[in-house]
Design a protein around this ligand. Structure first.
Ligand code: NAD
Length: 419
């Protein structure tokens, strides 16, 4: 039994065991690789707008510190608990190692529904959370970034709060900041662009013309909207999108730039059109060339996996596919090309790494350079994953995770066990 027990942690542990069996990692080495190094729970009291005091629970989990600082997003969501955060931190570790970044994984969050608090309450809660985290984070210890329910503004508040306590501006404490506050060009778009870049690459390898191809996107936040926009710019028809308010469908392709303007102005896709409504339950099983789950975990279970009608499954979200569904996808691998989450959405952390490097050096790059370097890293990791999958006759997910786990294991081995 562990404090992390829960369905999301069980999923991360289950996936790790598959990899550990494949790599024949001795049993006594496994817990050292899997279990998080540090976890902290904080209570964040704030004054509500009505004058009462409310207390929100916040978490941060640092998975391993073997290769450098830890790195990972901060999630504001009512589903957040310490087990979910730990699982997300573990996935970040394999992801950073897969793409070759000098980081361990971390994740954090507050159990709160950001749509149910006012903008002022969001600011004081964000600042209080960062203030509570000061003893545990630092530019060379643990660097935060946005995730579900947080955005550039929240990162700016985090950075400002940390800086006020240090008595100087410390931009390198968080990534995903506004460009005006030390952020990098290309970070806002990075995750979605990376998803679209890899999906496009697979379509080309499958000889599917971009102009005849269709895409379906679940989730229209940072990842989903920029993935949709990039695919739209490349000539694909984005025939359906959904968010927490509902779904829209148009067989000729939705007007994604207009939908993004609407979602920016109104906070969701609700109210964009009265005619294009669609059952959100059916979005994942619509026939399309590229399916991008970009909302949350465990939305593709074995039943959904059986009913998928896409050619490419590009996992924008973290952990959208359950281990049971993976077994189905393995049987269907000739029909469905899986780009697993730890590769598919890694453009976000890759460009966060670039932001951290630029902040440390106070030397800023053009957007073109950021994006070209991002694609170069994604392509390299994609080639390694495909080669490993073919050589070992294993699924893409197993191959990607095996590369990540192996790199962390090698670093731990050469450093030895202290003391
Ligand atoms: P976000 O908060 O910007 O957007 C989340 C979107 O999901 C919103 O449009 C929301 O309405 C939608 N959503 C919520 N519940 C839904 C439901 N039941 N059905 C359909 N849509 C629903 O979050 P984000 O940053 O885009 O993150 C999305 C996913 O991508 C998460 O799994 C996150 O961990 C992962 N991710 C994000 C980044 C990043 O750079 N932001 C990087 C890597 C991975």
């Amino acid at each position: 039994m562990t404090v992390y027990a829960g369905p999301v942690f069980a999923m991360a542990a289950n996936q790790f065991n598959v990899i550990a069996n494949h790599l024949e990692i001795p049993l006594d080495e496994r817990a050292r690789l899997l279990m998080p190094k540090r976890a902290v729970t904080v209570s964040c009291p704030i004054h509500r707008d009505d004058g009462t005091v409310a207390v929100f629970e916040g978490y941060r989990v640092q998975h391993h510190l073997t290769m450098g600082p830890t790195k990972g997003g901060t999630r504001f969501s009512p589903s957040v608990d310490i087990g979910e955060v730990a699982a997300l931190a573990i996935w970040m570790s394999w992801k950073c190692a897969l793409v070759g970044l000098p980081y361990g994984g971390a994740k954090g969050g507050i159990n709160v529904d950001p749509s149910k608090i006012s903008p002022r309450e969001l600011e004081v809660l964000s600042r209080r959370y960062m203030q509570e985290m000061i003893p545990f984070v630092g530019p060379h210890t643990d660097v935060m970034a946005p995730d579900m329910g947080t955005n550039e503004q929240v990162m700016a508040w985090f950075m400002d709060t940390y800086s006020m306590y240090q008595g100087r501006t410390v931009t390198e404490i968080v990534t995903g900041k506004p460009v005006a506050s030390g952020g990098t060009l290309g970070r806002r778009e990075a995750t979605g662009r990376g998803v679209a870049h890899l999906a496009k690459r697979v379509l080309k390898e499958l000889s599917i013309s971009l102009n005849n191809a269709t895409a379906v996107i679940q989730g229209f936040g940072n990842v989903g909207s920029y993935a949709a926009l990039q695919l739209h710019h490349c000539g694909l028809k984005v025939i359906a999108v959904s968010d927490h308010t509902g779904a829209l469908h148009h067989a000729d392709g939705l007007d994604i730039p207009a939908l993004m303007r609407h979602a920016d102005a109104h906070g969701s896709i609700a109210g964009f059109s009265n005619e294009l409504h669609f059952d959100p339950e059916e979005i994942l099983t619509l026939a399309c060339d590229v399916l991008v789950p970009a909302a949350m975990e465990r939305v593709i279970d074995a039943k959904v996996a059986d009913n998928l009608k896409c050619r490419v499954l590009a996992e924008g979200a973290n952990g959208p596919t359950t281990p049971d569904a993976d077994l189905v996808l393995e049987k269907r691998q000739d029909e469905i090309f899986l780009i697993p989450d730890i590769l598919c959405n890694s453009g976000g952390v890759v460009v966060s790494y670039f932001e951290w490097v630029q902040d440390l050096q106070q030397l800023f790059w053009e957007e073109e350079e950021v994006t070209q370097r991002e694609y170069h890293i994604l392509d390299r990791a994609f080639d390694q994953m495909v080669a490993r999958s073919k050589a070992d006759k294993i699924s893409h997910r197993t191959a990607a995770m095996a590369i990540g786990v192996e790199k962390v294991r090698a670093a731990k081995k050469t450093r030895g066990l202290f003391p």
